[in-house]
Design a protein around this ligand. Structure first.
Ligand code: ZN
Length: 245
């Protein structure tokens, strides 16, 4: 039976769902501000127009819906058939008529939200697999979506900014970046020192120290530029960060 409110009572999951929903609203608002002909313009992502970003975010909701359904039913349904199939689907959807593209974005988001709302409390712990092949609890789909909607809203390049993000989201992004960096990269990593989070720094692995507002650090560390807003402690050029996703 369909519920009108989230079936899970877990306070952490409910708080995470709220941040994801606020992010979806933020993305949808930035998209609604764009006129149809403006969708053909470049996004902040190399080689991608705004259409590609919108298509990708919509298809990501569908992929996460498949993981949520997997958790609900126990029937394995991967996010994507293959990386190639994922990319081809984005390329195709980016060419959809504008109305259809906007519809994909809106409808896929609603569908995912309904699946989350109706997911049985115990199913949030069910194991599903990400596109990168990691086994995660179904609750991780909320964070995976949160990252996508907030950051890609900025990638639309019509005024979205990391400085609009809720503080707890910025902090979660910094934690996520640090975790992924440590998983993917050997050797010294940048030490991030947010000036507006007294005492909070990432682990010191002997890499360069980078100081600035937490939101600006999150922007740079997730590969969205903004080096000029940051200070490299001790001087010197602040180049590109290590790869994140
Ligand atoms: Zn993405």
């Amino acid at each position: 039976m369909a519920a009108r409110t989230d079936r899970t009572q877990d306070p952490e999951i409910r708080a995470a769902l709220l941040t994801a929903r606020r992010g979806q609203a933020y993305f949808s608002r930035k998209l609604a501000e764009l006129r149809d002909h403006e969708l053909d313009a470049p996004s902040l992502l190399p080689g991608w127009t705004r259409r590609h970003v919108i298509a990708h975010v919509g298809l990501n909701a569908r992929a996460l819906t498949r993981l949520t359904e997997w958790a609900a039913t126990g029937v394995e349904t991967p996010m994507y058939d293959s990386p190639e199939a994922r990319d081809a689907e984005i390329e195709f959807a980016a060419t959809l008529p504008t109305r259809a593209l906007r519809h994909l974005s809106a409808h896929a988001a609603v569908h995912l939200d309904v699946e989350w709302r109706d997911l049985a409390p115990e199913a949030w712990d069910a194991t599903v697999r990400t596109a990168q092949g990691r086994d995660v609890p179904a609750s991780e789909t909320v964070w995976m979506r949160t990252r996508e909607v907030w950051i890609h809203a900025v990638d639309l390049d019509n005024g979205g900014s990391f400085r609009h993000f809720p503080a707890e989201l910025v902090d979660a992004l910094l934690t996520d970046v640090e975790r992924v960096w440590r998983r993917k990269h050997d050797g010294p990593l940048p030490v991030l020192e947010p000036t507006d989070r007294p005492g909070a720094t990432t682990e010191d692995t002997g890499g360069i120290r980078v100081r600035g507002r937490a939101a600006d650090l999150a922007r740079w560390a997730t590969g969205r530029g903004g080096a000029a807003l940051l200070e490299r402690v001790g001087g010197g050029e602040l180049g590109e960060p290590p790869g994140w996703l």
